[in-house]
Structures are given as structure tokens and as C-alpha cells.
Unconditional design. Structure first.
Lengths: 148, 139
């Protein structure tokens, strides 16, 4: 049995509904990792990942499905990065745009055959001002040759 | 005062990765991936017997260390590779080393390399960050 063919997904838009970082969730997030919510309304920086991921068009499960991958098979984050032009703020609405930039099949000693999914997202103010750009990569394990 | 290149930040230690934190982050992340919530799902995926911390939590530990070392700093850039999983019950330690420091319009920008290390294994994440330190008030 062969592995599912690598789908042609580069360029797929990930633009979505956007997100507003709530004070309650920011507080919960900060306190869960031993941090203190900023008094000036600045959101925890790791929201670059959370807000862009939550506010993009497809859910994690749907993005996996776009890549012909079942989310129940355990996708794993490979890398993430955020570049900030300004701090993210609690209570501020952010629009999310972006696209899939790569889907590459690789062989892993640990995981067997895997696909590396790469995509870029942006967090913008409603007037279009760019606040943050995000680069993400996920591993989609496909299984071992002797399991396929 | 401008940090010295090569200076190490005070480590931030997590004595035990808490599965309740994973449970709390699942709705924040809107991520139902069962490897963070269900040991059977971890076993089924061939990833061991313990629930796996969501990657952004591991990165947030790094941010906690940076915030404690440089209160009020603006994180301009932060990026990392997830090199291994962090499992429930593990002890972790965030560490960072200053790799650069420069004056930028009266403020100091520093760059750092960081890792989050497991006591049981090697680094679970590694990466770099650039921070703009707050303006200092002349004394």
C-alpha cells in the first residue's frame, strides 16, 4: 500500500476571521506559565502564534485535511517564529491573512515518512497596519514504509 | 546598563510539566489534538506514555524567563525549533545567552540564543530572540 500522494497546496490562502485577544484568556495564559499580565494592556508575546493560528481561516484539523492528513494522526509543530512591528494588545482586533508556503515529503529516522507543512501568517490592525508576521512549520507523520 | 555578550540569563525552572496547563491551553489554542489530553492517544501515535505539552507553552516558558530578566522590554523577534517533546511530569529549565547588543536610537537592542532543556533528555526547543530594552532614566 502506498502513501497518500503529496497534494499541491502551496499558495492556499489561510485568510480568516481574525481574533481579539481577551483579557481573561491573556491572564490565564500568563499565569499558567509563571508570568504576570502587563499592566499597560500589552498581550503576552506568544499570542503571535495563538492569535494567528486561531484567527486564520481553516482550523488545525481543516488545515491538516487540506494536506490530506487526519488531525487524529498527531501533527507536531516543527518551528515557529514571530516578528513584531509593535506589541500585541489585549482587546485589539487583529485580521489574519496568510498562505501555505510549502509541503515537502521527507524521511525521518524517528517518524518514518513525514510531510513538512510550512505557512506564513500576518496579524494586521483593521486599517491594514501590519503588527506581526508569523512563520510556522508542522510535521505531519505519515507512518513507516512497512506500515503503509 | 548594556548586557555583556556571553552573559547568561537567570534560568527559569519548571519543576513539573502540569497536564492541567495542557488542558487549560487546549481551548485557548482551539486545538483538540488528543496527544495533549489523552495518554491513549499518545500511545496510539507511538510517542510514549505521557501527555505532550503543547509547543506554544514551551515557548511561553522562554518568554517568562525573558520578561523576568528584562522587565518592560519589547520582544521584536522570537523564533524557535521544536526539537523534542516535553512530557507531563518532566522538569524543564529555560536558559539563554546574550549574543549581541547594540544602541538603537538611544535604546539597546539585544539578541539571545535560548534553549528549554529537559532534565531527562536534551533541549526540547532552541531558538533566538531580539529584544528592545526600555529607555533608561538618567540618574
Amino acid at each position: 500500500m502506498a502513501f497518500v500522494p503529496l497534494p499541491d497546496v502551496v499558495g492556499t490562502s489561510l485568510a480568516g476571521k481574525g481574533m481579539t485577544i481577551s483579557e481573561t484568556e491573556n491572564r490565564a495564559l500568563c499565569e499558567s506559565v509563571g508570568d504576570v499580565p502587563a499592566a499597560d494592556g500589552t498581550a503576552h508575546p506568544v499570542w503571535f502564534y495563538v492569535a494567528s493560528q486561531v484567527g486564520m481561516g481553516p482550523s488545525v484539523a481543516e488545515m491538516c485535511a487540506i494536506c490530506d492528513f487526519d488531525v487524529n494522526d498527531g501533527p507536531m509543530m516543527a518551528s515557529t517564529g514571530g516578528h513584531f512591528h509593535a506589541p500585541l494588545m489585549v482587546g485589539q482586533r487583529y485580521e489574519v491573512t496568510g498562505e501555505i508556503t510549502g509541503l515537502t515529503r521527507k524521511q525521518s529516522r524517528k517518524l518514518g515518512v513525514m510531510d513538512l507543512l510550512e505557512y506564513k501568517l500576518h496579524l494586521d490592525l483593521p486599517d491594514g497596519t501590519r503588527v506581526c508576521s508569523v512563520d510556522n512549520a508542522w510535521v505531519l507523520p505519515r507512518g513507516r514504509d512497512d506500515e503503509a | 546598563m548594556k548586557p555583556e555578550i556571553g552573559a547568561e540569563l537567570a534560568p527559569y525552572r519548571i519543576e513539573s510539566v502540569d497536564p492541567d496547563t495542557m488542558k487549560a491551553w487546549a481551548p485557548i489554542l482551539r486545538d483538540p489534538n488528543p496527544i495533549h489530553l489523552n495518554r491513549d492517544a499518545v500511545r496510539a501515535a507511538g510517542l510514549g506514555d505521557r501527555r505532550i505539552n503543547q509547543g506554544p507553552i514551551n515557548l511561553a516558558y522562554i518568554v517568562t524567563m525573558l520578561h523576568r530578566a528584562f522587565p518592560g522590554a519589547f520582544i521584536e523577534d522570537i523564533r524557535n525549533r521544536f526539537t523534542d517533546n516535553a512530557y507531563e511530569g518532566e522538569s524543564l529549565e529555560a536558559r539563554a545567552t546574550v549574543t549581541g547588543a547594540e544602541d538603537v536610537g538611544g535604546r539597546t537592542r539585544i539578541t539571545l540564543d535560548f534553549t528549554l532543556n529537559s532534565d531527562e533528555r536534551a533541549a526540547v526547543i532552541s531558538g533566538s530572540a531580539a529584544l528592545l530594552l526600555p529607555e533608561t532614566t538618567p540618574s
